[in-house]
Design a protein around this ligand. Structure first.
Ligand code: ATP
Ligand code: MEV
Ligand code: MG
Length: 405
């Protein structure tokens, strides 16, 4: 077995339109952010597997002998990610003390790591490793923190196991994998997401793997190469929530009221398609106020639909109200129920609006009585085309910080 140290990084994402509907086969438009997760994997000789997750205050070590007991009679296939191995998940849940209802942050993160590690190495010799993952993304806030985490795990463990090559040449600082390897990484990251989310669509891990702006429909990923530069403000309400719970809540509602909810999902699908059309027009004709008017109306309509689906929150309503009072339009992004919202900024009034935004946001934070004090800056984050990278191991590592938004 060719076991190597590795250092990788994957971006988070924002969903413009289509969250939740995408789980039910509708179109979503999503884009990567300049906020990333980083993973460093070191091969050791301690006879242990250790994982350090500073964002969620988790540090755990297991003896290889303990882990070996979990995989006797195991015939995992490393070069293809199949459906989740229910038996292995059951054993792992018992091992980490996470029974079905347990959604604790640490258990979910540990479970997805052990699942990918044992699936990839379980049919051979288990390597002794230390894995550290840190992230600029707020955990559980709608910006794809779970997907960036899963993409990093999948890329690093596949690479360490020798199933895919390390793409870095001696002179590179960063490198990407080829399309075939990215597809394999994405499919293993999806397994991690299945453990954390229950029923993911796959859009978040696709953005974490390929970056840029994507149209996602039923597992089909279409990169949108011609998109205008959009300035969008991200606001974190800091209301905690779980994607798994929210996805299950929407599913229950659809099952309870199929004839009422199906048109809502169809309408979200039409919103994503209309938004895509307007974005494409904005790249080939002069951008007008009317383009922005349409984008803003789509944001408003979708936010109403998301409230109908039951994934709104008073803090998100407040974001929409406060920004609308300044003539700006917002919606939740990701699973909702709290977490982050996006607000579209018009380019022509950029400077003034950014200032207005800062004061609006301070107002929001004050009213919500959150920890954001006047000393904190409101950060404007960018959508970016950045994708999954393999990084040069000795490159100066970003200091681990919690993003203030
Ligand atoms: N930096 C991290 N270190 C370890 N685990 C993480 C990290 N970031 C996310 N996770 C795992 O992902 C879970 C949060 O995933 P969840 O899908 O609920 O939120 P999200 O991915 O931030 O939002 P969304 O899915 O709406 O984009 C955490 O409970 C934890 O298990
Ligand atoms: C809510 C959801 O649509 C997006 C979460 O970022 C879930 C998913 O697509 O897996
Ligand atoms: Mg997630």
């Amino acid at each position: 077995m060719q076991v190597k140290d590795i250092f990788v990084s994957a971006p988070g994402k924002a969903i413009l339109h289509g969250e939740h509907a995408v789980v039910h086969g509708k179109v979503a438009l999503a884009v990567s952010l300049n906020l990333r997760a980083y993973l460093r994997l070191k091969v050791t000789t301690t006879g242990k597997v250790c994982i350090n997750l500073p964002n969620i205050d988790t540090s755990q070590c297991w003896d290889l002998s303990e882990l070996r007991r979990l995989i006797h009679n195991f015939h995992g296939k490393r070069d293809e990610a199949q459906r989740l191995d229910a038996e292995l998940v059951k054993r792992l849940r018992e091992f980490v003390g996470a029974t079905n209802g347990n959604l604790d942050t640490c258990s979910m993160a540990t479970l997805s790591f052990l699942y990918i590690y044992l699936s990839l190495f379980g049919s051979g010799e288990l390597p002794s490793l230390t894995v550290t993952v840190w992230s600029e993304l707020p955990t559980g806030a709608g910006l794809g923190s779970s997907a960036a985490y899963s993409v990093c795990l999948a890329a690093a463990l596949l690479c360490t196991s020798g199933v895919i090559p390390a793409p870095l040449k001696e002179w590179d600082h960063t490198a990407r994998w080829c399309q075939e390897d990215l597809e394999l990484i994405n499919s293993w990251a999806f397994q991690g997401e299945m453990i954390i989310h229950g029923n993911p669509s796959g859009v978040d891990n696709a953005v974490g793997t390929w970056g840029g702006m994507l149209r996602f429909l039923a597992g089909k990923i279409i990169p949108l190469s011609r998109v205008p530069l959009l300035r969008i403000l991200l606001t974190n309400t800091k209301v905690p929530r779980s994607t798994k719970v929210l996805v299950a809540r929407v599913k229950d509602k659809i099952n309870k009221f199929p004839s009422i909810m199906t048109p809502v999902l169809d309408s979200v699908d039409a919103i994503s398609c209309t938004c895509e059309k307007v974005l494409s027009e904005m790249t080939c004709e002069p951008i007008t106020g009317e383009h922005y008017n349409i984008l803003e109306e789509l944001i408003d309509i979708n936010q109403h639909h998301l409230n109908v689906m039951g994934v709104g929150h008073p803090a998100l309503d407040m974001l929409c109200r406060v920004t609308l009072a300044k003539g700006l339009h917002s919606k939740l992004t990701g699973a909702g129920g709290g977490g982050c919202g996006i607000t579209l900024l018009r380019p022509e009034k950029r400077r003034r609006e950014a200032v207005l935004h800062s004061s609006s946001l301070c107002l929001i934070w004050d009213q919500l009585n959150t920890r954001l004090s006047s000393g904190h800056k409101v950060k404007l984050h960018h959508f970016s085309s950045a994708c999954l990278y393999c990084l040069w191991g000795r490159k100066k590592v970003y200091p681990w910080t919690t993003a203030v938004m």
